[in-house]
Ligand binder design. Structure first.
Ligand code: T4K
Length: 413
C-alpha cells in the first residue's frame, strides 16, 4: 500500500486518539495527572509532537534496527555530550553489563558491592563468575576501597563497583588496587549519566563503564544502555559481541548476544538529548530544595554532595536514623498512604537473595555498613516535572510523620 502523505497520516492519528492533541501540547508531562500519586521517578518525555517526525523517518526508510542511522547518530551525539572517546549502544543496561564482562574475558571471581540493583551481580552469574561481596562506605554508599584488598584471591580477575546514585566511587584508589594486582575495573555506571568528576566525565575511569537508559533513569530511551570504552579496538569487539559475534556476513568471531538498540529507541534518545540539560538543571533545583528543607529535621540525613563532582541528581536518598520518631519502613508506609511512592533503593541487599546468600562473602556480619544503610535508606521522588509544591508536600509529610500519623494510618487499615 502506498504511504499516505505526512499531513494526512497525522490527521488520521488525531482522529483515532481524540486526546492526542492535549497530550502533545502539554509538553513534558511525564505522563502524570495533576493531583495523582507521586512516584519515585517519572520518565523525561519530551512533547509527543516532537517525536513524530523521527517516527515518520523510520517508517519511510524501513530501517528499524541493526546499527541504523539513528543508532549511529546517537552514538556520536552521546560520545560528544558525555565527553567520552567511544560508546556502544545497547538494548538495556543489563545486557551491556553481561557483554562488558565478556568483552574483557572476565572469569573466576569478581569483587562487587551488595548495595545495588540486582542486575549488577546477576551479570556476573550470567557469565559463570562468582561475585565476592565487599562492604560499602557509609558516606558514599559505594564499595569501600579499604576492604577490597582483603577480598582478593588468586581467582580474582576484576572489580565491578557501582557509582551508586551517581556518586563517584573512589576511582583513584580502586585503580591503584587494580594496577597492583593486575585486575580489570568495570564500573556499573547505570546511575551516572552526565556526572563529571575531577574535571572530566566519570565514565572515563576504569577499563569500561556501563550505563542504563531505562525509563527510570535521568536519560532514557524507554529501555536502553551503553558501554563506554577508551579505544576503537575495544568498541569494535563490543559491537561484534552485541551482534551475535558477526564481524561480516559470513564471519562469527565470538559467541555474541543480541544486545542491539533499535531505531525507535535511538531516535528517542536523540530527541531526549535536546531536553537533557534543562532536565538536569531542574533535578538540581529539587535536590537543593529538599536539602534546604530537610536540614533541620531530627533523624533525617541527606547524603552529602560528593566533592569535585558535577552530580546528575538522579536520586534523592535520605537516611532515616534512630532519632527520627518512626522507622524507615513506617515512614515508607505513611508516605504510601498519602500517595507518595518513595522507594527503598537498595533494600533488601543483593546478598539476601537466594542465589547469593549461600556465598561466604554474603555473610551478614561481613557487611555491617551495607546492612545499616539498607535498613535506613529511602529514595524520595525526584524528576523534572515534580513541582515545588509537591516537594514541599513530601517534606511536610516527613516533618509530620510521628507515631500519631502512623496510628492514624493503622486505624484506617
Ligand atoms: N545497575 C544498576 C545499578 C541499576 O540501578 C540498574 C537498573 C541496572 C544495572 C540495570 O539496568 P537496566 O537493565 O534496567 O537498563 C527500576 C528499574 O527497572 C531499573 O532499571 C533500575 N536499575 C532500578 C534502580 O529501578 P524498579 O523495579 O524499581 O522499577 P519500577 O517499575 O518499580 O519503577 C519505579 C517507578 O518509576 C514507578 O513506581 C513509576 C516510575 N516509572 C517506571 C516505569 C518503568 C514510570 O513512571 N514509567 C515507567 O515506564 O526498577
Amino acid at each position: 500500500m502506498a504511504a499516505k502523505p505526512k499531513s494526512e497520516s497525522m490527521h488520521a492519528r488525531q482522529q483515532a486518539r481524540p486526546d492526542a492533541r492535549s497530550t502533545r501540547q502539554s509538553g513534558q508531562t511525564g505522563g502524570r495527572k495533576a493531583g495523582g500519586p507521586i512516584h519515585v521517578t517519572r520518565p523525561l518525555l519530551p512533547p509527543l509532537e516532537q517525536f513524530l517526525p523521527y517516527l515518520e523517518e523510520i517508517w519511510e526508510s524501513g530501517w528499524l534496527t541493526n546499527a541504523g542511522p539513528f543508532h549511529q547518530k546517537l552514538e556520536k551525539a552521546l560520545s560528544e555530550y558525555l565527553g567520552v572517546q567511544h560508546l556502544s549502544l545497547f538494548t538495556n543496561g543489563t545486557i551491556a553489563l553481561v557483554t562488558a564482562l565478556q568483552c574483557l574475558r572476565i572469569t573466576g571471581q569478581v569483587i562487587t558491592t551488595p548495595y545495588s540493583f540486582v542486575a549488577t551481580s546477576h551479570a556476573l552469574l550470567w557469565n559463570g563468575i562468582e561475585p565476592v561481596f565487599v562492604d560499602i562506605d557509609a558516606a558514599t554508599c559505594n564499595l569501600d576501597p579499604e576492604r577490597i584488598e582483603a577480598a582478593i584471591t588468586p581467582r580474582t580477575t576484576a572489580i565491578l563497583p557501582v557509582h551508586c546514585y551517581g556518586n563517584p566511587c573512589d576511582v583513584d584508589r580502586i585503580q591503584k588496587i587494580a594496577d597492583t594486582y593486575g585486575l580489570k575495573v568495570i564500573y556499573d555506571a547505570a546511575h551516572a549519566f552526565g556526572v563529571a568528576h575531577k574535571g572530566m566525565s566519570l565514565l572515563n575511569f576504569g577499563d569500561l563503564s556501563v550505563l542504563s537508559f531505562h525509563a527510570t533513569k535521568a536519560f532514557n530511551t524507554f529501555e536502553g544502555g551503553a558501554i563506554v570504552c577508551p579505544d576503537a579496538k575495544t568498541k569494535q569487539r563490543i559491537d561484534y559481541l552485541k551482534n551475535f559475534g558477526f564481524a561480516d556476513e559470513v564471519t562469527v568471531v565470538a559467541p555474541g548476544i543480541n544486545g542491539k538498540m533499535n531505531e525507535v529507541q535511538a531516535a528517542f534518545g536523540l530527541l531526549q538529548l535536546q531536553h537533557i540539560d534543562a532536565s538536569l538543571l531542574r533535578r538540581r533545583e529539587i535536590d537543593q530544595r529538599y536539602r534546604a528543607q530537610l536540614r533541620d529535621v531530627d533523624g533525617i540525613r541527606c547524603l552529602p554532595l560528593p566533592a569535585d563532582t558535577t552530580p546528575n541528581c538522579s536520586y534523592f536518598p535520605i537516611l532515616v536514623e534512630r532519632e527520627y520518631p518512626i522507622t524507615r519502613d513506617e515512614l515508607y508506609q505513611v508516605m504510601r498512604q498519602a500517595g507518595v511512592f518513595a522507594r527503598r533503593y537498595f533494600f533488601p541487599l543483593i546478598t539476601d537473595f537466594p542465589m547469593y546468600r549461600g556465598l561466604a562473602s554474603a555473610a551478614p556480619d561481613l557487611l555491617p555498613t551495607a546492612r545499616r544503610v539498607s535498613s535506613g535508606i529511602l529514595c524520595l521522588p525526584i524528576y523534572p516535572t515534580l513541582s515545588r509544591d509537591e516537594v514541599d508536600r513530601i517534606v511536610d509529610l516527613i516533618k509530620g510523620a510521628g507515631p500519631s500519623a502512623l496510628l492514624g494510618d493503622l486505624r484506617l487499615e
